[in-house]
Design a protein around this ligand. Structure first.
Ligand SMILES: NC(=O)C1=CN([C@@H]2O[C@H](COP(=O)(O)OP(=O)(O)OC[C@H]3O[C@@H](n4cnc5c(N)ncnc54)[C@H](OP(=O)(O)O)[C@@H]3O)[C@@H](O)[C@H]2O)C=CC1
Ligand SMILES: O=C(CO)[C@H](O)[C@H](O)COP(=O)(O)O
Length: 481
């Protein structure tokens, strides 16, 4: 193939994400080489969308690599895990020093670190890149979170910024940080996505089972919420899903879906990594566990037969006031979930030596991605004002918002408890708020107990950092530890 006919960039893995990303690149004037393990997808893409731009289809990996301009840039969009390793191994055999492999799948950041290290030894650049926005975002402009070296970003950045979503003329793409930073930030993005959806689902449950509203009425509520502080993609599509009617039965669509939430793993990874880093991401953890509980069909069926709810349910005197309380509780709990997610990113950056600008993360999540929301502008402002903010909750704007929401938030948690409606997201977010602001926590008693049974020692409020142990089974005098 003549050099001038070679492609600027390649995409391998042409399922929903890869094929739409390739189309997005082509629509932006990049000649794109396209390849898929099974050639039918490549053929279908070119047949259906060939007129959208310049595609260079390849049936084999060798032809695919040959069809690229040097230094070569290949984006992989295949299943995370083993398939990604298999594709990287195949490509690496055919590529040359200076070429670049970009993994746009939902890889675990530790895999990304390992892959970048291994490929560097072969002279290849490797960029682990988070991409969010689902199939629609991949086509029309996703939010893109590239890691890897600053040098790699110099070459790749202009292409990614061109195809990313744009908000106020700013691309939703920036160099997140070295090696696995991009995939780490994408993982936390997904963790926040889990928390956000759990809170929305709890709001729906409360409006259904405490306020007695229908899905169509609740759809209207979400539609109106989407014109205020809660404006976001997830609130917008909640109104769509709740307003949809099942064609086969004529019932509200939400009532005919099996109530078992599935998960591919990025939320679970966010919690596992938070446990390692010692960051309390209670909202995300509750969301992961709530999905998991929903899937325990046998246990749920057994419990339904023997465990009753409260003998009487509180009645809602003023439905509009309750709807407003739920709105406030949703907003405050959402702020807590984002605060926890940003804490995890900051702690990981310190741990792994990444220079992550938290304000920039809020900036690139404003468009294209699943958690895009109006209040990300406020998060950006908060971190722009103070890059070392101890918690989003102490920023003036967000402190004011949760303080204003506080009474509503408490009423909603009380109503949920009284009615026997599970609201783990709302209640754990409120407990987090109360724990953070508490002058004194019962952790003191835990320390006392640990010292009693295991001589694990404790620090005193009046003796600085020194540790002590009480001789519990002797005369109970205190010793320096
Ligand atoms: N779907 C979404 O909304 C989002 C997905 N992602 C991530 O993007 C990536 C692609 O997602 P999606 O488009 O949904 O596709 P899938 O995750 O369903 O992956 C399907 C693709 O992987 C290829 N593949 C699977 N195993 C192998 C293998 N061993 N060797 C080579 N190719 C293989 C398939 O090829 P074949 O056709 O031959 O089977 C197909 O192209 C995933 O990592 C996903 O987590 C990221 C953001 C959003
Ligand atoms: O990455 C995404 C969006 O940004 C995917 O939509 C996400 O993988 C969905 O996750 P799950 O299937 O676990 O709900």
């Amino acid at each position: 193939m003549a050099t001038e006919q070679k492609a600027r960039i390649g995409v391998t893995g042409l399922a929903v994400m890869g094929s739409n990303l390739a189309r997005n690149l082509a629509r932006h004037g990049f000649r794109v080489a396209v390849h898929n393990r099974s050639a039918a997808k490549t053929k279908a893409l070119v047949e259906q969308y060939g007129s959208e731009g310049e595609f260079v289809p390849a049936e084999t990996t060798a032809d695919f690599v040959q069809s690229l301009q040097k230094p070569r840039q290949v984006i992989i969009m295949v299943k995370a895990g083993g398939p990604t390793d298999a594709v990287i191994d195949e490509l690496a055999e055919l590529m040359e020093p200076g070429d670049m492999i970009v993994d746009g799948g939902n890889a675990h950041f530790a895999d990304t670190r390992r892959r970048e290290k291994a490929l560097k030894e072969r002279g290849l650049h490797f960029v682990g890149t988070g991409i969010s926005g689902g199939e629609e975002g991949a086509l029309n402009g996703p939010s893109i979170m590239p890691g890897g070296s600053a040098e790699s970003y110099q070459h790749l950045g202009p292409v990614l910024e061109a195809i990313a979503a744009q908000v106020d003329g700013v691309p939703c793409c920036t160099h997140v940080g070295e090696d696995g930073a991009g995939h780490f930030v994408k993982m936390v993005h997904n963790g926040i996505e889990y928390a956000d959806m759990q809170l929305i689902a709890e709001a729906f449950d409360l409006l259904t089972n405490v306020a007695g509203m229908t899905p169509a009425e609740i759809a209207d509520v979400f539609r109106s919420w989407n014109t205020g502080d809660l404006e976001s993609y997830l609130v917008e599509i909640t109104a769509e899903v709740l307003g949809h009617v099942d064609a086969a039965t004529g019932k509200p669509f939400v009532e005919i879906i099996a109530d078992q939430a599935e998960q591919k793993g990025t939320g679970r990874w966010t919690v596992q990594e938070a446990l390692e880093l010692g960051v309390p991401v209670t909202g995300i953890a509750e969301a992961v566990f709530a999905r998991s509980l929903s899937g325990h069909v046998g246990q749920r069926a057994a419990a339904q037969k023997v465990l009753p709810g409260p003998s009487s349910k509180p009645s809602i005197a003023d439905r509009d006031a309750f709807v407003e309380d739920v709105r406030q509780a949703l907003y405050a709990s959402k702020v807590v979930a984002y605060a926890q997610g940003f804490d995890e990113i900051r702690t990981a950056a310190d741990t792994y030596g990444w220079q992550i600008d938290l304000g920039s993360m809020a900036t690139i999540w404003r468009g294209g991605c699943i958690i895009r929301a109006r209040f990300l502008n406020r998060i950006k402002d908060a971190y722009d004002k103070d890059g070392s903010l101890p918690s989003l909750l102490v920023d003036e704007y967000f402190a004011d918002a949760v303080i204003k929401a506080q009474e509503s938030w408490r009423r909603v948690v009380v109503a949920a408890t009284g009615a026997g409606v599970p609201a783990p997201g709302f209640s754990s977010a409120l407990s987090y708020y109360d724990a953070l602001r508490a002058e004194r926590l019962p952790a003191a008693l835990i320390q006392g107990l640990r010292d009693f049974f295991g001589a694990h020692t404790y620090r005193r409020v009046d003796k600085g950092d020194a540790s002590f142990h009480t001789l519990w089974s002797a005369d109970r005098t205190e010793q320096n530890a």
